[in-house]
Ligand binder design. Structure first.
Ligand code: KG4
Ligand code: ZN
Length: 346
């Protein structure tokens, strides 16, 4: 029996999980509400909140799994990428535990863990599979050969998909993080009412900054055009009124464009690689438009599609635990001198 205790603290969620022989027995997540009023994550406040949450979260994960700390075989933690102050809290805690318990340490790449969240529940994808990893900081298409061998074959050249959702939401006056709110309003809206441009980017890469600019102009013009046109500029009052009267249709149209940008590249990746086991992962995979879209594409192109359970889509330690389990099997352990890193190589 192999028992992994995992810690995730890369951004603003403090999470701990216990994995026994590849099964996740507990996955505790403490969300940080302190950032809401600032319209984004404040790194210093995130580190402090991790310090407050880490002991109770680990304690809860162990208790729920019915597992004694002394029974743990290895400690896995998110080593990179993320906010450095946040990573350090989880990293230092993991190292201290490994030292005190005299158990091996496993350093996990946060984005690789998002991909492997697809191996938590059945049915699981077969290797090789493709994974569209979409979060607040990343947008990537990953080709996964095995749990310990994967490669990025396409990625964003500017904003991430989650950022595109959050920045659009901010322009609409919605609080951070706006992605889930756009999703909510989009459910009652018409996705074809407003047209936003699809960027023409070579290969399997993505770009979302042009979309953001066109949404900015669209709102400045109160919907009359999504290009900069002085004659269409609306007053503050007219813009507010326009948003208020059309919020569901605006959200549905923005979401429709972000989702089609993502799915069109995924389709291209599947054709180019000949791979038809297709997964999605990361916070944006919680988006109902994307979930529906990938299922529809799956039926149309005979893909086997996989989406992690909701609790394993946004940041969580369950995905760190499953990655830790496979690294344990492969004998990939870290030294106690390993450093946390804001940026990461693949
Ligand atoms: O993976 P994640 O939890 O954290 C990062 O590693 O970034 O992703 C967070 C991102 C945020 O941008 C958030 O707005 C977005 O995921 N998100 C959503 C939805 N739920 C979370 N975006 C669109 N629709 C959703 N339902
Ligand atoms: Zn993440």
């Amino acid at each position: 029996m192999i028992i992994i205790l995992a810690i995730e603290s890369s951004c603003d969620e403090t999470s701990a999980a216990v994995c026994v022989d590849g099964k996740i027995l507990s996955n505790f997540i403490a969300n940080q509400t302190v950032h809401e009023k600032y319209g984004g994550v404040v790194p210093e406040l995130a580190s402090r909140a991790h310090m407050q949450h880490i002991v109770p979260v680990i304690d809860s994960a162990l208790k729920t799994a019915g597992c004694e700390l002394s029974a743990v075989d290895a400690i896995a933690f998110t080593q990179s990428p993320g906010l450095i102050g946040s990573l350090l809290v989880g990293g230092q805690f993991a190292k201290s535990l490994a030292l005190a318990l005299d158990k091996p340490l496993i350093a996990v790449h946060h984005m690789q863990a998002h991909v492997l969240a697809n191996l938590i529940d059945d049915p699981k994808p077969s290797f090789p599979f493709l994974c569209l990893t979409v979060s607040g900081g990343h947008t990537q298409i990953v080709r996964c050969e095995s749990p310990t061998n994967m490669k990025v074959i396409g990625e964003t050249i500017d904003d991430a998909a989650g950022e595109a959702f959050d920045k659009s939401a901010k322009l609409l006056g919605l609080p951070y993080p706006g992605g889930p709110l756009i999703d909510k309003y989009a459910k009652e809206g018409n996705p074809n009412r407003f047209k936003f441009p699809e960027p023409q980017i070579a290969g399997l890469d993505f770009s979302f900054s042009g979309l953001k600019t066109s949404i900015l102009y669209f709102l400045q013009n109160a919907g009359k055009s999504n290009q900069y046109k002085e004659e269409f500029l609306a007053t503050e009052e007219e813009r507010k009124q326009f948003i208020e009267n059309n919020l569901p249709d605006i959200c549905a149209s923005i979401q429709h464009r972000i989702v089609t940008i993502l799915l069109n590249k995924l389709k291209k990746a599947s054709i180019e690689t000949g791979i038809s086991d297709i997964c999605i992962a990361g916070g944006v995979s919680a988006n109902s438009g994307l979930r529906k879209g990938i299922e529809e594409m799956g039926k149309k192109y005979h893909w086997n599609t996989f989406i992690p359970a909701f609790q394993y889509c946004t940041d969580n330690a369950g995905m760190i635990a499953i990655t830790g389990y496979y690294k344990f099997l492969a004998g990939q352990f870290a030294e106690l001198s390993v450093n946390s890193s804001a940026r990461a190589e693949w």
